[in-house]
Design a protein around this ligand. Structure first.
Ligand SMILES: Nc1ncnc2c1ncn2[C@@H]1O[C@H](COP(=O)(O)OP(=O)(O)O)[C@@H](O)[C@H]1O
Ligand SMILES: O=P(O)(O)O[C@H]1O[C@H](CO)[C@@H](O[C@H]2O[C@H](CO)[C@@H](O)[C@H](O)[C@H]2O)[C@H](O)[C@H]1O
Length: 448
């Protein structure tokens, strides 16, 4: 078997989690074939990262789903999506990235409720003829929109067992939650959950884009404060806080609630920090201050845990005419599945949002080149002001009348630092020019 075309394809795909690491393609297996002209093949690709001795003692393996559209002849209109020839034994046909091909996606959509493994939930009259188009944008998976009816998310990195995006959406849909897109169905082959079909939120605006627009509004008005500009985001931040509190309450009702020892939580944060310093050496100077923040959690005793979102940020929120919706309950893409389905503290999600309110103004500032140190300083001050105002509004609404207890504060602070550390690794691997944003966050959070 040769990996001549799959390895470069993975390498150039946004959703591939192994960027920046040495890897080889060590196996391929067809999970299923369906349709004709094109024939769709759901291919499972095994990737191996060789051991590096010190940091990683053993080879690591990951599985990726690569759906291919096979044609008898090359397709000019799909040239941008050419993956290679499949099978890769010299007899193969031109193979294209199936999510980019409307004809291939029509086969998948029509399979819902028709083929074993394409599970369809009742309650929605699915439009099986809606034309598919691939979502653009930075994604960990590949999502295809069908008309204005439904969205099919094809998971790329897959692990045998439950996919929390599907299970959590299912539970919240069945509970009648107004804060998620309804689940319509999913694709399951053997013990792999490969795709999720859900309601398309047609009036949705991305929370991250809305936040950036608000920051730009502020930066355009040199003499005004965040609360004085038309694009002030604080009331939206507050609505988001309320929505998250409601989702957490529902998840606590629908999934088991238990507790973990604060010492174990702190240990996990310490371990992640140590591993992150290996990848981002600039973290080392903040490590002992971060350890002190984590140490406060170790003394808390039993900490309540439950099903949570796991990787919440503004880009996982959508503002619709019917309020805020949360998407993508898969947890952090870099974590193994076994960890992502474990109950966790709701403060992890709150921390993710607080970090996002820090990211938004600094991401806008990053995109505005400026050499005058006074202007730069002033912009930094205003960015911090925007972040503070929205963090405060979000947190106050999330906590409600009960407010934030000292225990909650200790946990939240630790989760915020832990998240910023995670982001440093994420940015170093995916968007190195943005590394200064979380690095500055770690420095600020651990100062004093
Ligand atoms: N049901 C939906 N309706 C409309 N847009 C959606 C829906 N679900 C997700 N999106 C949009 O697609 C983007 C990617 O979705 P997400 O679930 O985060 O995918 P990924 O797991 O690939 O990161 C989201 O940021 C959101 O803008
Ligand atoms: O959306 P994903 O589940 O793929 O999450 C990963 O990518 C996110 C970026 O797309 C990353 O989020 C970080 O950048 C955001 C701005 O792009 C910012 O709002 C978040 O606060 C910040 O964490 C996320 O961490 C990563 O897991």
């Amino acid at each position: 078997m040769t990996d001549s075309f799959l390895a470069p394809f993975l390498e150039r795909s946004r959703w591939f989690g192994g960027k920046g690491r040495a890897f080889t393609v060590t196996g391929t297996r067809e999970l299923l074939r369906l349709g004709a002209a094109p024939e769709v093949v759901l291919l499972l690709v095994e990737v191996t990262y060789p051991s590096t001795g010190s940091g990683q003692a053993e080879d690591q393996r990951e599985l990726y789903q690569v759906p291919l559209a096979l044609y008898d002849e090359p397709q000019e209109r799909l040239e941008h999506a050419l993956v290679g020839h499949w099978p890769d034994d010299g007899t193969g046909r031109p193979a294209y990235d199936a999510p980019a091909d409307r004809a291939a996606m029509a086969h998948l959509l029509r399979a819902f409720g028709e083929r074993p493994g394409f599970v369809r939930l009742s309650g929605h009259d699915l439009d099986l003829d809606a034309p598919g188009s691939l979502f653009s944008g930075e994604q960990s998976n590949s999502s295809v929109l069908f008309g204005e009816d439904s969205v099919l998310k094809l998971f790329r990195k897959v692990t045998p067992g439950e996919n929390p995006d599907i299970t959590t959406h299912r539970v919240l849909t069945e509970a009648g939650s107004t804060h998620v897109a309804q689940l319509y169905g999913w694709i399951e082959v053997e013990d792999l959950q490969l795709g999720m079909l859900q309601q398309f939120l047609r009036t949705a605006s991305d929370g991250w884009d809305l936040a950036l627009a608000s920051v730009r509004d502020l930066f355009a008005e040199a003499d005004l404060h965040a609360e004085e500009v038309g694009g002030d985001f604080a009331s939206e931040a507050a609505r988001l806080g309320t929505a998250l509190a409601e989702v957490h309450a529902q998840l606590a009702t629908s999934f088991p609630v238990s507790s973990v020892d604060g010492a174990d939580l702190a240990a996990a944060m310490r371990t992640r920090l140590a591993a992150s310093v290996e990848v981002v050496p600039q973290l080392a100077e903040h490590a002992s201050a971060a350890q002190r923040v984590f140490a406060a959690v170790a003394d808390l005793g039993a900490v309540p845990v439950q099903r949570v979102h796991g990787d919440l940020h503004l880009g996982q929120t959508l503002r619709t005419v019917l309020g805020w919706k949360l998407v993508d309950f898969e947890g952090e893409p870099a974590k193994p599945l076994a960890e992502r389905v474990l109950p966790d503290s709701p403060w992890r999600d709150v921390a993710g949002m607080l970090r996002s309110f820090d990211y938004a103004p600094h991401a806008v500032a990053e995109a505005m080149p400026e050499e005058d140190p006074d202007v730069l300083h002033q912009r930094g001050v205003r960015a911090d002001e925007w972040a503070r105002r929205n963090r405060k509004a979000f947190l106050a609404a999330y906590c409600g009348e009960a407010g934030l207890s000292p225990t909650g504060r200790a946990l939240l602070t630790a989760y915020v630092v832990d998240k910023a550390v995670y982001e440093c690794v994420y940015e170093a691997r995916n968007r190195p020019t943005w590394l200064p944003i979380p690095l500055a966050g770690v420095a600020r959070l651990t100062a004093g």
